[in-house]
Design a protein around this ligand. Sequence first.
Ligand code: HPA
Length: 277
Amino acid sequence: MDSAQLRQQVAIAVESLIWRIGQSYEFTVVLGSGLSSFVDRMDGQMIVPYAEIPGFPVSTVKGHTSELVAGSIGGHRVLCFAGRFHYYEGYDAATVTIPVRVAQALGVRTALFTNAAGGIADRLRLGDLMVIEDHLNLLTADSPLRGLADEVFGSKFVNMYAAYDPTVTRALKSVGERRSLPIACGVYAALSGPQFETRAEIRMLRILGADAVGMSTIPEVIVANQAGMRVGAVSVITDLATDTVTELSHDQVLATARRADEHLAELLTGVIEGADW
Ligand code: HPA
């Protein structure tokens, strides 16, 4: 997608959303596969199905709801995207990041991304909430900034040295520890999917320094950094992608994600309630 088309799609989405849900939001939360409990904790919910947002793609993956929920947590205004778009659905990287661009236009300064991921590091357990400290972008065939005009969205040479904001990352860890949630931290790697990894690929990821592997989030993190947002992200460990695993399915990923969903909702809620930045 070129800059003009992307700008137009974002503009028509923003225009239609402003009269439905207003603007001046502080936080955006993007919920990954099988994750939806956070929405139940929001006050004053206003729900807009993606299908009713002009310019928005439509999520096609099982386990993903497809709606925007606007509301608040502890007095902070929050835009929650319940359901994301993936590169593996056939969208290009710029398209999957439209929600982040829309959030930016509606005032958002902090983005919290979540996903389901396979655990690679031996210390990780099923249901752990891994705070993402850094990433390995192996979705390199396409960047959400590729080909974009700098005049439209700002410089495409985005500094990714501290892509995950230290203040938000610290808040995620300390809220998790204080509430006795199963918190871990590590490096997230994204591959394009949708097939899961071979045993050799898992060994490769381990050697490269990945602690968990998934198929999303990184394009959104890149765009949120370009937009100057503070970024925090959490992987819910839904399977152990060790090279001894022989059975792994999308249904299994969803089932584990649903079990960890309340923990994730508690973590995100705690971080937003306590935010003083
Ligand atoms: N690999 C890639 N993506 C995933 C996995 C996995 O094991 N689990 C959830 N998303």
